[in-house]
Design a binder for this molecule. Structure first.
Ligand code: 3UK
Length: 538
């Protein structure tokens, strides 16, 4: 490893031992990176040097008008914040910095500032509560925090139990804003090694203690040079928009790093409902959208009320995209969604497709730079058509912060994501379920998402989740938890109707023997269905 620029060696000291790392591959010419790189210098300073200074980098809404921030202005603001972090908050290279706020220009500048100063960014989803915040602050031994004043209450509650967190400042607090405003707009970036940790991203796992995944400066750039380069092909006039928080690596890539890497711009919006998302696309004339499958389904229903002609490409990730959702969205918008599976451990998407190569029912193929396969219980490759565990390798991969679970994810050089998949003869990968979520009923293996897909094609169903409920006779039975569209009655006749519909669409033994109607499904802030809550409900 090249010489680290970190004075505080906490991250390096807590990397898993080398023999537990997955294999890393840099098989494309664009993945041939220098030994020293600072990802913010690549994303921002190099772009200004290349002549992008006067072009818009970030857009945001302020009251009724749009504010635009050029690459040069974003660089100046990131430099002010970097000077503030170093001069006023005493940041040393290698220290961990908590970044807590909704997606907005100040948040974008702060991420870049921490990279520039050689700090390590730890994003916090805005909705995290004190208990979860305490866990991540203590696990990553976070020393500094920059937090939106509107989200200060939960952070203040964590301080007494977080002795490592010594320096905390709030934006939109007059004193801090004035101090940042007085900083110099020049900053000399810390000359980090490409292998210095830049981000610790905590998994949005639904069970167990959160895991911190560590990504290098090189990984931040590698994520930009893989999925977007091969599947999205953005140009400098593209305007990115979307819902994932920057603290979720899906959002960090799609709404900050990808736009900057391609000289394009990002429209940052703090909070979305389906209606406000369409209004924002219209207002910013956004061209590329990043959001989750349930949002696409909601958008399809209200599409016609807006002028959305600017929008060209739509990326879905976080959960499997049901065919029914792909279809209704295409009918409403004319756009074929780009589905992609990514993971916090891998930092971004590794299986996807360009829109012209969509195969219904499949997530896509391993994108250039990555290799993927399906492994059986013995770690052997499955034949096409056989179900097994998805395994991938490429330029990025799993490095958990001081965590025994490293050996469950990195196996024989592969990253094993915990998803059950089937590869077909054409190398397309078909999602089945999370490995732990496969339903085994009377000896049959049933994948909940397939039953969900069948239910979603019924005109009365708005949303649904399918899980295995314990059953004495069969071990488990298929249980569907369903949200109906307005105007439908949640009665026995509807249950029968839905059961018959499933029996007609897929193998009849997969039909849900139990159906429960609810008003809404439990989801994480990143849009994932919390299946464990459905198993225990009612
Ligand atoms: C599931 C999908 C089917 C799958 C993520 C894009 O979701 C992201 O990261 P997480 O760590 O979760 C990873 C797990 O989520 N998943 C994600 N996308 C899909 N399942 N089809 C999909 N398209 O179980 C995976 O193992 O929260 C997604 C980019 C960055 C990310 N961090």
């Amino acid at each position: 490893m090249t010489l680290s620029a970190h004075i505080d060696s906490f991250a390096r000291d807590n990397l898993p031992p080398r023999e537990q790392w997955p294999e890393f591959k840099f098989d494309l010419p664009e993945l041939n990176y220098p030994e020293r790189m600072n990802c913010a210098a690549v994303l921002l300073d190099d772009m200004v040097k290349a002549g992008h200074g006067d072009r818009v980098a970030v857009r945001a809404a302020h009251e009724s008008h749009i504010v635009e921030c050029t690459y040069a202005q974003l660089q100046a603001q990131a430099n002010r914040v970097a000077n503030f972090l170093v001069g006023e908050m005493g940041l040393k290279p290698g220290n961990r910095v908590l970044l807590r706020g909704p997606n907005n220009p100040m948040m974008a500048a702060s991420w870049l500032a921490v990279f520039k100063a050689g700090g390590i960014c730890v994003g916090s989803m805005p909705l995290l509560r004190a208990k979860e915040l305490t866990e991540i602050v203590n696990k990553a031994e976070i020393t500094h925090a920059l937090c939106d004043k509107r989200l200060e209450a939960e952070l203040k509650l964590t301080l007494p139990s977080c002795p490592c967190l010594k320096s905390v400042k709030y934006w939109y607090d007059d004193a801090t804003d004035a101090l940042i405003g007085r900083q110099s707009t020049a900053f000399s970036n810390i000359d980090t090694s490409a292998e210095d940790v830049a981000v610790i991203a905590f998994t949005s796992g639904t069970t167990g203690k959160p895991k911190g995944t560590m990504h290098f400066h090189r990984d931040v750039i590698a994520m930009c040079d893989c999925f977007p380069r091969s599947c999205l092909k953005p140009g400098r006039d593209d305007i990115f928009i979307g819902s994932p928080p920057l603290a979720f690596t899906f959002g960090l890539g799609g709404l900050l790093c990808f736009p900057l890497r391609f000289g394009a711009s990002t429209a940052l919006v703090e909070k979305f409902t389906p209606d406000s998302m369409l209004e924002a696309i219209q207002k910013f004339k956004a061209t590329i959208l990043f959001t989750a499958p349930t949002m696409y389904r909601a958008l399809a229903g209200i599409w016609k009320n807006h002028d959305l002609s600017s929008l060209k490409k739509c990326v879905s990730a976080g959960e499997a995209l049901p065919d029914a959702t792909r279809r209704v969205f295409r009918e409403a918008s004319g756009i074929e969604i780009i589905d992609g599976i990514g993971a916090t451990e891998m930092i971004h998407i590794f299986i996807s497709h360009a829109p012209e190569h969509v195969k219904y029912g499949a997530t896509g193929h391993a994108i250039p730079g990555y290799t993927a396969t399906v492994l059986d219980e013995n770690g052997e490759r499955c034949a096409p058509g056989q179900i097994g565990r998805l395994a991938v390798k490429g330029p990025t991969g799993c490095r958990y912060l001081a965590d025994d679970r490293q050996k469950n994810y990195a196996i024989d050089g592969w990253n094993v994501t915990g998803d059950a998949y089937v590869m077909d003869m054409d190398g397309y990968f078909h999602y089945q379920a999370r490995t732990d979520d496969m339903i085994i009923s009377a000896g049959y293996n049933i994948a909940g998402p397939e039953v969900e897909g069948a239910l979603l094609a019924h005109p009365a169903v708005a949303e649904c989740g399918v899980v295995g409920a314990p059953d004495e006779e069969r071990g488990m039975v298929v249980k569907a938890v369903v949200v109906l569209k307005p105007g439908n009655r949640p009665d026995d006749e509807m249950k029968k109707n839905l059961q018959d519909h499933v029996k007609q669409s897929i193998a009849p033994y997969k039909y849900p023997r139990e159906i429960e109607f609810v008003a809404a499904l439990p989801r994480t802030e990143t849009g994932k269905l919390q299946r464990f809550k459905l198993r225990t409900a009612s």
